[in-house]
Design a protein around this ligand. Structure first.
Ligand SMILES: *Cc1c(COP(=O)(O)O)cnc(C)c1O
Length: 384
């Protein structure tokens, strides 16, 4: 049997080694706490579950959905953008439903990149940007994000080749938990226009912010609709990771290209799930406020514990992660292995997100408060 080069050429799974050690640790009877995955532990709000139940009872939802998404879902997304960001979107041409935003991110690469073209990808970054670029035949060209620059790229030092056709960005950021302000988005939009790039902004964490910080949309920036597509997700905002629903909004040529590709690959999202998505976007939002408070408290648990053992971390303003520097003399992987061995706590080594992730580990806030406290107590006792 032979398989495609594009599969063989993917980089090895960086957490494979750690996974083996994790399994061995669990098999030895240890009570392992994993702070490695970013999957909300809280349930989907009740009214959204009920909307699905009701919609599933309606046989008209049992047929093929429309390719571009239920009109009601696209209108709900457009209304959300008007309310939340003051951005006006045409639901017919500037909004597309996605089977989760990861699906849209990956397929966008196929809609934009040809063999021999390049995509600028953040390092460290969510791995899908680089792997989807490679699968689509493009070449990922990493740009560094570092602590000194607040994990925002120094755009003046990036010189895209004529083969570059797109750039990926995401704020609030996974894995660094950094946020961007409107002024940065202004510069990013100007940069993309100057170099004729499609700017893809992954806004998966736009609603998960702390201390009163409110994340902007790249489409609020003047000229944003001309060069940018923004991908959003109901996964993190409404604890709906298992439901697979998100959306792409923004530049209509990019939306059309992605939509055209998708009509040839998938047949949309179960209409009942889309109706539940409408309930999520248009229903009461108090749960979102409560969820922010839950993550903010967990963030404080992690940050104060790390500060107590002398690790210099600032409380991040968004996302569901803390990006923590590794103590001197260890690599990210060594430190992650040490935490597993000494404290039975799993964190993600920063190098899983790119070379520039060296020197950091990512700690996820998606475990119950008492387990998170337990994990941090162990880290403090064993490594303090
Ligand atoms: C979780 C996550 C997503 C994907 O979310 P889905 O909508 O569930 O596919 C996209 N981007 C980033 C950075 C994420 O962390």
């Amino acid at each position: 049997m032979r398989f495609a080069r594009r599969i063989e050429s993917l980089p090895p799974y960086l957490f494979a080694q750690l996974d083996k050690k994790l399994t061995a640790k669990r098999d030895s009877g240890a009570d392992v706490i994993s702070l490695a995955v970013g999957d909300p532990d809280l349930p989907t709000p009740r009214h959204i579950v009920e909307a699905l139940q009701e919609a599933a009872e309606d046989p008209t939802t049992h047929q093929y959905p429309s390719y571009y998404g239920l009109p009601a879902f696209r209108v709900a997304v457009a209304d959300f953008y008007r309310r939340r960001f003051g951005v006006t979107l045409d639901p017919d041409t500037e909004v597309l439903a996605l089977i989760g935003s990861k699906e849209g991110l990956a397929h966008l690469a196929f809609a934009v990149l040809d063999d021999g073209t390049e995509a600028l990808v953040p390092d460290p970054g969510y791995p899908v940007y680089a792997t989807a670029t490679m699968l689509a035949g493009g070449r990922p060209v990493p740009f560094p994000l570092d602590a000194a620059g607040g994990f925002l790229p120094d755009l003046d030092s990036i010189h895209p080749s004529p083969d570059a056709t797109m750039m990926w960005l995401s704020y609030p950021n996974n894995p660094t938990a950094a946020v961007a302000d409107g002024a940065f988005f202004d510069r990013a939009v100007a940069f993309a226009s100057r170099h004729d790039l499609l700017l893809c902004h992954d806004a998966a964490y736009s609603e998960i912010t702390f201390d009163g910080y409110v994340a902007p949309s790249i489409l609020s920036t003047e000229g944003g609709m001309g060069v940018a597509i923004e991908l959003g997700s109901l996964s993190k905002t409404y604890n709906m990771t298992g439901w697979r629903i998100g959306y792409a909004v923004g530049n209509r040529d990019a939306i059309r290209a992605l939509g055209t590709l998708k009509t040839n690959l998938d047949s949309g999202i179960f209409n009942a799930v889309q109706r539940a998505g409408v309930a999520a976007l248009t229903g009461p939002q108090d749960h979102v406020e409560e969820m922010r408070a839950v993550y903010q408290k967990r963030r404080d648990t992690v940050v104060s514990s790390l500060q107590e053992i002398g690790m210099p971390v600032e409380p991040p303003l968004g996302s569901i992660y803390v990006w923590a520097p590794v103590p001197d003399g260890r690599t990210s992987e060594q430190f992650a292995a040490e935490l597993l061995e000494e404290a039975a706590v799993v964190v993600s080594p920063g190098t899983g997100y790119g070379k520039q992730g060296e020197g950091f580990v990512r700690i996820s806030l998606t475990v119950a408060d008492d387990r998170l406290q337990e994990a941090m107590d162990r880290i403090r006792e064993r490594l303090g």
